[in-house]
Design a protein around this ligand. Sequence first.
Ligand SMILES: *[C@@H]1O[C@H](CO)[C@@H](O)[C@H](O)[C@H]1NC(C)=O
Ligand SMILES: *[C@@H]1O[C@H](CO)[C@@H](O)[C@H](O)[C@H]1NC(C)=O
Ligand SMILES: *[C@@H]1O[C@H](CO)[C@@H](O)[C@H](O)[C@H]1NC(C)=O
Length: 506
Amino acid sequence: MQYFSTSALKQFEMFKIAAVGLLIISSNILSSGYKFPDGFMFGASTAAYQIEGGWNEDGKGVNIWDHLTHLRPELIRDHSNGDVACDSYHKYKEDVALAKDLNLQFYRFSISWSRIAPSGEVHKLNPEGIAYYNRLIDELIANDIVPLVTMYHWDIPQYLQDLGGWVNPIMSDYFKEYARVLFSYYGDRVKWWITFNEPMETSKAYSFNGYAPYLHLNNTGYYLAGHTQLIAHSKVYHLYNDEFKDKQQGKISLSLNGVFFIPKDEQSQDDINTAERANQFERGWFSHPVYKGDYPPVMRQWVDKKSKKEGRPWSTLPTFTKKEIELLKGTADFYALNHYSTRMVTHGSDPNPNYNPDAEYATFVDKSWPTSVASWLIVVPEGLKRLLVWIKNEYDNPPVIITENGFADNGTLNDFERISYVKSHLNATLQAIFEDKCNVFGYTVWSLLDNFEWMDGYAYHFGLVHVDFNNPLTPRTLKASYQFFKNVVATHRLDDSSFTTQSPEL
Ligand SMILES: *[C@@H]1O[C@H](CO)[C@@H](O)[C@H](O)[C@H]1NC(C)=O
Ligand SMILES: *[C@@H]1O[C@H](CO)[C@@H](O)[C@H](O)[C@H]1NC(C)=O
Ligand SMILES: *[C@@H]1O[C@H](CO)[C@@H](O)[C@H](O)[C@H]1NC(C)=O
């Protein structure tokens, strides 16, 4: 507690003593009364560029987000950047204290590659960058919080980007050597590793969506960037297996995101096929190779067919060699699931480039689905339950940890919509565990803190904790959802009617 800023403490007291206008969060919508299993792990997630700041401190090199936000500030909704962000580079003890106060079993954070190796090449390491993550890891362990570490959360060093970035196959070797450094320095204490966060989003940064490195290489760049990341993942998995695992006894996976697609007409075989195809292009793209060895057959067929029709000499979707397929198969020790939203689909084409035209589907939303400030984040908890069942059926019921799930709003402290979102998605998780026998062992809320939300800058908020980005001291203030989540972690239940919080009227 001593690490909390005064305002956070004050807010905390406010919540505790607020006697007027108490709102009992309705428990009648919770049909189940299920309790999370004893060993179920709760955590919160962040990413280096989104929270650290200290962008040029202590020998850190420039990465693609530093580069893009400085060169093209107009691309970011509020023309902001992550130069300071939550200043977690200096305030990590305060962040860990928040995680501790929430009683989290684990904290998911990412390591900034250019802090470890300024250019990305490992012959020149940055001891001060390495020391920072040693301090963070030690602080977590001193507080009994398990570190769950993402090696790459979208921030490749600019020098490696200038060499082509993820569309250059050589990056898989650069990434492997970077991973070797992380295992060597941190593997004695870190037992949970995520190689890539959302490789599909990194691939979109090469094709259309505006993320750094802000390239517009259409589906050729999209599939090449994905291919390199998959090969890189398999190399790191085997590096760990061959040289570190015996001694360090950790686990490795990659965090895979995706919208879940459901048939527009649940009775229509064509819509059912379209939804399945859309899911294979979205989630199967990375999941199928690491569980089964190669791209999903439907993706192979449809992209090959389209490339042929376009008169290309080869398919835009690269091909794995037999050896690469062997090396990819079985490289997820657990399924790390990022999920936010669901769409209905039917055969057709969609104006939104987020939906891969090669898969030929058009998306729809049900008018009854609640929305958020982020147009892409429509609230469909039932979709998470169905996705968990899909993963169970598709990959032989692997152990699943939800590594991201959360809600975007305008930053209000009375974030009842966030509470409702997290609550309904935890409910969907419980339903999947108890009704459908899905093997889900943990849940990570995105995010511990409000932070730099990529192209949306500081306009959209995801935190359980508010950060005042206009104040150079970046004070943290607890939101209503923080108290809600703390209660869930403490009771392992959603339907604790004793849980109360401040009413929105106050
Ligand atoms: C990329 O896609 C756009 C939109 O379909 C098209 O206009 C452009 O020519 C494509 N670029 C290349 C290099 O194929
Ligand atoms: C933010 O959202 C909350 C909840 O939807 C709303 O009550 C509040 O008026 C909004 N605040 C601003 C500044 O838009
Ligand atoms: C919990 O899930 C069940 C089954 O899907 C559903 O009927 C119920 O409305 C859900 N409750 C909440 C709060 O989402």
